[in-house]
Design a protein around this ligand. Structure first.
Ligand code: HSE
Length: 306
């Protein structure tokens, strides 16, 4: 880290959307995709201005996660948290399982460090973000970009980038209702049967190998899960039908995005057909939804203007 200079400047940062889990990699694997939130912070009386996705639902007070992230960056330096104006332009769908909370926290952290004259140290940013969120699977790809494995050893977070095929796309079905991560976690059992653990361990390994070697025909199996999707299928009616529809449409694999309710499919072609099949399957269950076709991004959070 470079030394602090406490001169406040205007700083803008961009942070990508992320999908955690990718099926079997619960709380441990995530991927960044080409949808972005932009945050601009400048000195001035405290104010939070929000445009774009979720603008009506997101708190504008001290509970705002952007503010929490920036505060954490100042506290990490033992510095006083100054009064600032936050302007968020949100392109990431809010509360759908696409990492909007992580993006908010990470944007605040990166802006907070930049305003103190620091480049954002990715490891420290990840530690702060994971501490606020409790798991690194969105924060790691939000900070570092690409597909990231994140594990904790003692107090330390270890990350590793998974190489992705150049021609990989994602098709994302975004239901018109929001998900509640705390609820989607509360339906999960604390105990896991050994057979289910083995099921997921094998598939997580298969997933990483399939992506990094381009064996895309394996993704259909590698995105299967028994740790969280079965229980979450009870709160997200139609989840299994939508996943099957994506595969029928030509996707290589499909899974619940993070804690949902969005569903993501991996494709290398036939994106419109996959999007159509997923939308029709959702509609069969009375779910109105939009779809986005986006590429993964290898770029994570970054400062765009000072
Ligand atoms: N891994 C997390 C979950 C992501 O599935 O609950 C949501 O924050």
């Amino acid at each position: 880290m470079t030394p602090q200079n406490n001169t406040l400047q205007r700083v803008s940062v961009r942070v990508p959307a992320t999908a955690a889990n990718l099926g079997p990699g619960f709380d441990a694997i995530g991927i960044a995709v080409d949808l972005w939130n932009e945050l601009t912070v400048e000195p001035g009386p405290f104010k939070v201005v929000i445009e774009g996705d979720g603008a009506e639902e997101i708190p504008r007070d001290e509970h705002n996660l952007v503010v929490a992230g920036a505060r954490a960056a100042y506290e990490a330096r033992g510095a006083e948290f100054p009064e600032m104006r936050f302007h968020c332009v949100n392109g990431i769908p809010f509360a759908r399982g696409l990492g909007s909370s992580s993006a908010a926290i990470v944007s605040g952290i990166v802006a907070g460090f930049a305003l103190q004259g620091d480049g954002a140290d990715p490891t420290e940013a990840l530690e702060l973000a994971a501490e606020i969120e409790g798991h690194p699977d969105n924060a790691a790809p939000a900070i570092l970009g690409g597909c990231q494995i994140g594990v904790k050893s003692g107090e330390k977070w270890i990350t590793s980038r998974v190489a992705l095929p150049d021609d990989l796309y994602t098709v994302i079905l975004i239901p018109d209702y929001v998900g509640e991560t705390a609820h989607a976690r509360s339906v999960l059992r604390d105990e896991v049967q050994r057979a289910d653990a083995v099921f997921n361990i094998g598939r997580s390994a298969l997933l990483v190998n399939a992506l990094s070697t381009g064996q895309l025909d394996l993704l259909r199996y590698a995105t299967e899960d028994r740790l969280h999707q079965p229980a979450r299928a009870d709160i997200y009616k139609g989840l299994n039908t939508i996943i099957r529809a994506a595969l029928t449409g030509g996707a290589h694999g499909a899974f619940l995005a993070g804690a949902g309710p969005a569903v993501m499919a991996f494709t290398t072609g036939r994106e419109n057909t996959v999007a159509y099949e997923m939308t029709e399957a959702a509609r069969l269950h009375g779910i109105e939804a939009t779809t986005r076709v986006v590429r993964p991004t290898e770029r994570g959070a970054h400062v765009v203007a000072r």
